[in-house]
Ligand binder design. Structure first.
Ligand code: GDP
Length: 440
């Protein structure tokens, strides 16, 4: 995400920060470089123009040029303005006081609409909310099937339209059913086309008028850059939207869509999709994204991920085991699995300040986790509970069973013994913070 812009801006910042004094011409030179950076990021031109005008006006203010650290001040202005482009704060979905909350998803075909429906439904189901999914793309049986499959996988109900072929009728009936069933939310997966056309807009508009959704979410593919912002604007003008979900951020190195959409449509980005899997959805935090752009990592997102992966009960249970010195290899393996659920090492490290830059080009081997798990899986339960019993012949058997070698088994056992020693020393109940990744 934003790698290129990040690199470009870093170069500009480096030059600026080194300066004791700034002249107006220095500011203009920096602005020229920032302009190139934003164009490369595929930010929409009017947005760039506005942005640079704002930064210029603030940067050549008397106080700043006279201050002792004008370079730093200008960097701060650029950062603040970037944050302004992305939005001021998190914009959550507004759930209605009178359920069901009706959410209508709109967007072009292939933008990730159906996948996002699944991601949102999964999220809300985890929060104990009772959701109904509605396939309203009557033109593509495959799209209806896709939603049904998602519903089956997630164990979330999908509305059955029977023979009804009119999307407006389908959505209306589904909302009525959801009311009767006291559902918390209904998500309407409307049809998309390859490109905007009047028939599509008309259909979306008619559904909106009839069902009066609480939220219309426009789903945009971030890889389309500023074009995504233009399409969002068309939907905003023709139908009216309340917010945007920006998908495929995991593959978007430029960031032009994210930086343009709010300015162009006046509507906030509410969520970002960061992968094909159903847990790859994050609320959009403008401030955190800005710190990502600046290569400062994203510690807050990391903490969120950790909290999702380790719930309170698990942490307490772990604390109890550690206290009783009963933490064994099986617990260790479970911890590794939890840790891996948070994402790949590369992704996690990228969120740590400074690590992104340091690790550029370094490939982190996620297979190291897999090997450790395989070794533990090849042990008998008795061995997992009593690692001291594992002698030479057992080690050979475990190495063979896990497709590793005795050295690797030894290494794991040694590290595990050290960890046990450390745990013993540590004061009670604080082991929720321990990080099995540090073992590798
Ligand atoms: P729809 O036609 O708008 O309903 O789009 P789909 O939900 O079928 O998604 C189109 C493709 O984009 C599928 O291959 C999805 O797996 C993929 N996709 C959706 N969201 C994301 C995302 O956040 N990241 C990545 N990498 N792929 C995504």
């Amino acid at each position: 995400m934003f790698q290129n812009l990040s690199e470009r801006l870093e170069a500009v910042y480096k030059k600026l920060k080194g300066r004791g004094k700034l002249k107006e011409s220095d500011v203009d030179e920096a602005l020229r470089e920032i302009r190139v950076a934003l164009i490369e990021a595929d930010v929409s031109l009017p947005v760039i123009k506005d942005f640079l005008a704002q930064v210029r006006e603030k940067s050549i203010g008397q106080e700043i040029l006279k201050s002792l650290t004008p370079g730093h001040q200008m960097v701060k202005i650029v950062n603040d303005e970037l944050e302004g482009l992305l939005g001021d704060e998190v914009s959550p979905i507004r759930f209605s006081d009178q359920p069901p909350t009706v959410i209508m998803m709109v967007g072009l075909q292939g933008s990730g609409k159906t996948t996002t429906v699944g991601k949102l439904a999964r999220l809300w189901k985890k929060e104990g909310k009772n959701v109904l999914l509605v396939p309203a793309d009557v033109y593509r049986p495959a799209a209806i099937e896709q939603l049904n499959t998602l519903g089956r996988d997630l164990e979330i109900d999908v509305f059955d339209a029977g023979d009804e072929k009119d999307p407006v009728a389908i959505c209306t009936q589904a909302v009525q059913q959801a009311k009767k069933e006291l559902r918390y939310a209904v998500i309407l997966d409307t049809a998309g086309r390859q490109q905007i056309d009047e028939a599509l807009m008309d259909e979306v508009r008619r559904i909106k008028e009839k069902v009066e959704p609480h939220e219309v979410l426009f789903v945009a593919d971030s890889m389309m850059g500023q074009q995504a912002a233009d399409i969002a604007k068309s939907f905003q003008d023709a139908v009216g939207i309340d917010g945007v979900v920006l998908t495929k951020m995991d593959g978007d190195a430029r960031g032009g869509a994210a930086l343009s959409i709010k300015n162009v449509t006046g509507k906030p980005i509410k969520y970002i999709g960061t992968g094909e899997k159903l847990d790859a959805l994050e609320p959009f935090h403008p401030d955190r994204i800005v710190s990502r752009i600046l290569g400062m990592g994203d510690v807050m997102s990391l903490i969120d991920k950790a909290e999702q992966a380790y719930d309170l009960e698990q942490r307490e249970e772990l604390g109890r085991k550690v206290k009783k010195n009963a933490f064994d290899l099986e617990d260790f393996r479970d911890q590794l699995l939890q840790f891996r659920k948070m994402g790949s090492m590369q992704e996690l490290l990228g969120m740590i300040p400074g690590a992104g830059k340091m690790l550029k080009g370094v490939q982190i081997d996620d297979n190291a986790f897999v090997r450790v798990e395989a070794i533990i899986n090849s042990m008998t339960p008795h061995e997992r509970a009593h690692h001291n019993l594992i002698n030479g012949s057992r080690k050979r058997r475990i190495a063979n069973g896990s497709g590793t070698n005795v050295n690797e088994v030894n290494k794991l056992l040694k590290q595990f013994a050290q960890m046990k020693k450390m745990m013993k020393k540590m004061s009670s109940g604080k082991m929720g913070r321990f990080n099995p990744g540090s073992m590798l």
